[in-house]
Design a protein. Structure first.
Lengths: 264, 422
């Protein structure tokens, strides 16, 4: 995986890319881009990977061009089209899951298969999500991990050479995330999910306190044609806490025999 | 120099162990601690005290906006202002201010401030505020990076709504209106505009560019504010802005009594209540994106740069652990006889170059009788002795009608020639 920059109109973003095989785009979660994370490197064994950092996060610009979610999704449509690899497999984690689902709704011709990992985007009045912006580090760790000791294995795109402190990097990222998650991480996706036609796999860590089990059921109900999977002994980042199980699930789903799109 | 009467409308019956229980007085304070009947009594007390301040010679009556807090139970400053606009004669109605991003559509602000200006005969000062993180992003749910953008769009709409001679269409990012044509319009065409801030450079640029009155509204006094206010004036000068002191407002707790000993006896408990019961959960003070990183760095430098106020002093002040006279020495309060208070206010105003003092004449759970005495002593024995301050500079930031009426009133009042020569 190599880090570089990609310019697209008013957007100038960092990307991590590498590998060979069918094209796969990875969209990261609300805290930060994971950089050249081990799970991305493993996926790059069988796929050509493009993992952009969202506008406004880290060292990626263009946030001031976004008024709402639609602007961001149109930007991602242009990014995938601009990559020129045709339809891609799209993997979105956390907030990136919300973006990935929106993109698959907006541009079905660009998404071959869709994988959502502990995604945001739905809201249940009877099971309000914890407020990720209000959690102090210890409280966040408690809901994010099954085993908080795994935090040491989490990678990030933070780069002190760019001049920001780690605290400033986090503030920059959460500021951008708040645009789509504040005060409630629901921008109307539930109304649009009936238009989702791509074959879809929704993965949850069984110990994820950020998008807890009630949301597994909500996604399953919202996407009756999707496949759902629960990874045992994992929290909000199953690709870190249970990397092997995560890779197996994703690869099996992406490689299995053609699966008809949902009839429209 | 101008003097405005202000108090945070604090709920005065919180249990003594409120801070010890780890409760926050903002956003999620248990409402079971509140008795609405007592809230009503408190509101009526503030209205009576502000009506008295108008009679006692104050230049303005300040009302503010906060949400979901027993520290300041004024969700709509315009409501309190309405109680004053029709029952006072001279003082400006200082709305400091409406949180522009929280009104939908913001023409509501244009309409209500115009109503208040009409009822008061042209005495409104239009304060426009961003609102604290607790108010604007937690209680009212604005995504933090949108707050300033929403504020500026609303500000543009309000100013245009006051100015326009004909209906116009407004196609904003956050507000769309096909027919903007507010009834009524303010008597003052465009009331004076104040924008308070807490040190954000973006707000400094705004008040310099538009020549608004800036407000540094802290309750920590001279020593806490000194580095930031000095930096503000340096910034104004460097940008070629107007350095007239009348475009700088500052809040200050005031505790006036016949003797210094009496001041301590009458005010100490209330001062401690004021600080102790304003318990702020740090989580609610720092929303990502509410303050830009550039401004965060500048503000942190000012905090480190306060030589006369150590961080441990700030913590002790907050916990109510200072003696009455240490609160005074560190600048949190200005206390004592009118003679002492006028001397200290004079020093404060000169040191910080302040032309608009927002005096907090009631604080915490102070009884009405003492607040009334405070108001009377300050209005009649402090304010008249400080009128010479900045008298050589014009004040374009308070309503002309209030300036005229208060000047006429004080020239008609008998003067103590010996004290006036002070």
């Amino acid at each position: 995986m190599i880090q570089s920059r990609m310019r697209l109109g008013d957007f100038d973003v960092r990307i991590w890319s590498g590998g060979a095989g069918p094209p796969l785009v990875y969209l990261h979660g609300f805290e930060h881009h994971p950089g050249a994370a081990p799970y991305l490197q493993r996926l790059s064994g069988d796929h050509q990977i493009l993992a952009p950092e969202h506008p406004g996060f880290g060292a990626s610009t263009g946030f001031d061009r976004l008024t709402d979610l639609q602007d961001l999704i149109l930007y991602y449509r242009a990014l995938v089209e601009g990559w020129g690899r045709g339809p891609v497999d799209l993997v979105g984690h956390c907030l990136g899951g919300m973006f990935a689902a929106e993109l698959a709704v907006l541009a079905p011709q660009l998404v071959r298969r869709l994988v959502l990992v502990d995604p945001y985007g739905l809201w249940l009045d009877d099971a309000p999500l914890p407020d990720p912006f209000l959690l102090v580090p210890a409280a966040l760790a408690a809901v994010k991990w099954r085993d908080p000791a795994c935090a040491a294995r989490e990678t990030s795109a933070f780069d002190p050479a760019l001049g920001d402190t780690a605290a400033e990097f986090r503030t920059i990222n959460l500021t951008a995330a708040s645009k789509f998650m504040w005060p409630i991480p629901d921008r109307g996706l539930a109304r649009r999910l009936p238009y989702l036609t791509a074959p879809t796999l929704v993965i949850h860590g069984d110990a994820d306190g950020l998008t807890p089990p009630a949301y597994e059921a909500a996604w399953a109900a919202a996407l009756p044609h999707a496949r759902t999977a629960v990874i045992a002994d994992a929290g909000h980042l199953p690709m870190v806490e249970a990397e092997g199980a995560f890779i197996d699930l994703v690869e099996d789903f992406l490689n299995e025999a053609p699966w008809p799109r949902v009839p429209e | 120099m101008k003097f405005h009467w202000f108090a945070e409308a604090t709920y005065p019956h919180l249990p003594d162990d409120f801070p010890a229980r780890g409760l926050s007085s903002w956003v999620n304070t248990p409402t079971e601690l509140m008795d609405p009947v007592k809230v009503g009594e408190t509101y009526r007390m503030f209205i009576r005290l502000m009506q008295q301040a108008d009679r006692d010679g104050f230049d303005g009556l300040a009302v503010n906006e906060h949400h979901q807090t027993p520290f300041a139970m004024t969700p709509s400053p315009n409501l309190l202002a309405a109680s004053l606009a029709s029952t006072t004669e001279n003082a400006a109605i200082l709305i400091i201010g409406d949180s522009l991003a929280l009104y939908n559509p913001p023409t509501r602000v244009a309409e209500e401030m115009a109503y208040l200006d009409c009822v008061s005969g042209g005495r409104v000062i239009a304060g426009f505020v961003f609102g604290t993180p607790m108010d604007s992003v937690f209680a009212y749910g604005n995504p933090p990076p949108e707050l300033r953008d929403r504020f500026h769009e609303a500000r543009g709409l309000i100013l245009r709504a006051w100015e326009a001679k004909e209906p116009f269409a407004f196609n904003g990012k956050y507000t769309q209106l096909r027919y903007v044509n507010v009834w009524p319009k303010p008597i003052q065409q465009r009331p004076p505009i104040w924008v308070p801030g807490s040190g954000s450079l973006e707000t400094w640029d705004l008040v310099i560019d538009e020549n608004y009155c800036y407000g540094h509204l802290s309750f920590s006094g001279l020593h806490s504010a000194k580095p930031m206010v000095d930096a503000y004036w340096d910034y104004v000068a460097a940008r070629g802005g107007d350095t007239n002191p009348h475009r700088m407002a500052f809040t200050q707790l005031i505790c006036c009594a016949a003797t210094d000993a009496e001041a301590e006896a009458k005010y100490y408990d209330a001062v401690r209540y004021f600080y102790r019961m304003n318990t702020l959960d740090p989580k609610f003070t720092m929303a990502p994106g509410y303050t830009t990183i550039r401004s965060q760095q500048a503000m942190a430098a000012h905090l480190r740069n306060a030589p006369n106020l150590r961080p441990e002093d700030r913590a002790r002040a907050q916990k109510g652990e200072m003696s009455f006279w240490e609160y005074d020495e560190k600048g949190y309060i200005i206390a004592g006889t009118p003679q002492r208070v006028r001397q200290r206010v004079r020093e404060l105003a000169k040191d910080l170059r302040i032309g608009q003092l927002i005096g907090c004449l009631h604080m915490g759970d102070l009884c009405e009788e003492t607040a009334a005495e405070n108001t009377h002593l300050f209005g009649t024995q402090v304010i008249p002795h400080l009128r010479d301050l900045w008298a050589d500079q014009p004040d374009h930031w308070t309503p002309p009608i209030s300036q005229q009426r208060i000047a006429a009133r004080s020239s008609a009042a008998p003067k103590n020639v010996f004290e006036a020569a002070e």
